[in-house]
Design a protein around this ligand. Structure first.
Ligand code: NAD
Length: 259
């Protein structure tokens, strides 16, 4: 029970990696403050969390992470509700429409950056202030292998996730002195709604076939599972990772290191 008496705030909690992490943290005793733009799916997350951890305290907030005021509100409401923020999973993100750079619309570029990069920055800005006052805290930002390698057809996603890596290193070295750690995770292809959508953009009806081809070059020959990312995020948020700071951890079956 690494999260007994601890509050973890999380964005993008209504689906995929956020939902899996919410379940894992609740099983380990965390009080949860869950944020997403999709309130119906967020309520579904709460129901699922309670199936695994019936005693869990789960506070839901509907907010768009691209809206700075909404981010300030979700941070303030969490502090009002629980009195502290021990962990923060800065996770919400979108893939965006795929196309080569010359055809990538400026509006789409700005939309993807406003969620994936501005949203992460706003989260850091307001949560770090709270954690500095407390004198402790751990933050995990959601990057991607698309933040350390070129993937192609994803100008907005690539720029935003590379930016998240930069924000992580910058804040980690600033706030380590206050007992606060800021790290990032870089998942490869983990089977969630986002990856299904991505494969459908590439392969239409044949998306499952495209998916099999996609993972055929992975050293482990499979997609990752959301719970595998949840285990890593939970470790980084926990006190067991107390000397891990300002770093980026890939979780991709080894694919990003393959020649
Ligand atoms: P998902 O689509 O299943 O979940 C994303 C969640 O974020 C959804 O609940 C969605 O409603 C929420 N969201 C989107 N825009 C939002 C906004 N403006 N404000 C608040 N919430 C918003 O996708 P996922 O695979 O769970 O992705 C979660 C994060 O992990 C994303 O940042 C994504 O880029 C990253 N990631 C995923 C993979 C993967 O393979 N699944 C790989 C690398 C990185």
């Amino acid at each position: 029970m690494r999260f007994d008496n601890k509050t973890v705030l999380m964005t993008g909690a209504a689906s995929g990696l956020g939902r899996a992490t919410a379940i894992q943290l609740a099983k380990e005793g965390a009080r949860l403050s869950l944020v997403d733009v999709n309130s119906a799916a967020l309520e579904e997350t709460r129901q699922i969390v309670l199936q695994y951890a019936p005693q869990a305290e789960v506070f839901l907030m509907t907010a768009d992470v691209a809206d700075e005021k909404a981010v300030q509100d979700y941070v303030n409401q969490t502090v009002e509700k629980y009195g502290a923020i021990d962990g923060f999973f800065n996770n919400a993100g979108v893939e965006g429409k795929q196309s080569p750079t010359a055809d990538y619309s400026t509006e789409e570029f700005q939309r993807v950056l406003s969620i994936n990069l501005n949203g992460v920055f706003y989260g850091l800005k307001y949560v770090l202030g709270v954690m500095q006052k407390q004198g402790h805290g751990s933050i995990v930002n959601m990057a991607s292998v698309g933040g350390i390698r070129g993937v192609g057809n994803q100008s907005g996603y690539s720029a935003s996730k590379h930016g998240v890596v930069g924000l992580t290193r910058n804040s980690g070295i600033e706030y380590g002195q206050y007992g606060i750690r800021v790290n990032a995770v870089a998942p490869g292809a983990i089977m969630t709604a986002m990856v299904e959508g991505s494969l459908k953009q590439m392969g239409g009806d044949k998306w499952e076939e495209i998916g099999r081809e996609f993972v055929s070059v992975n050293p482990m020959k499979r997609f990752g599972k959301p719970v595998e990312v949840a285990y890593l995020v939970a470790f980084l948020l926990s006190d067991q990772a107390e000397f891990i700071n300002a770093t980026l951890i890939p979780i991709d079956g080894g694919q990003s290191y393959k020649y």
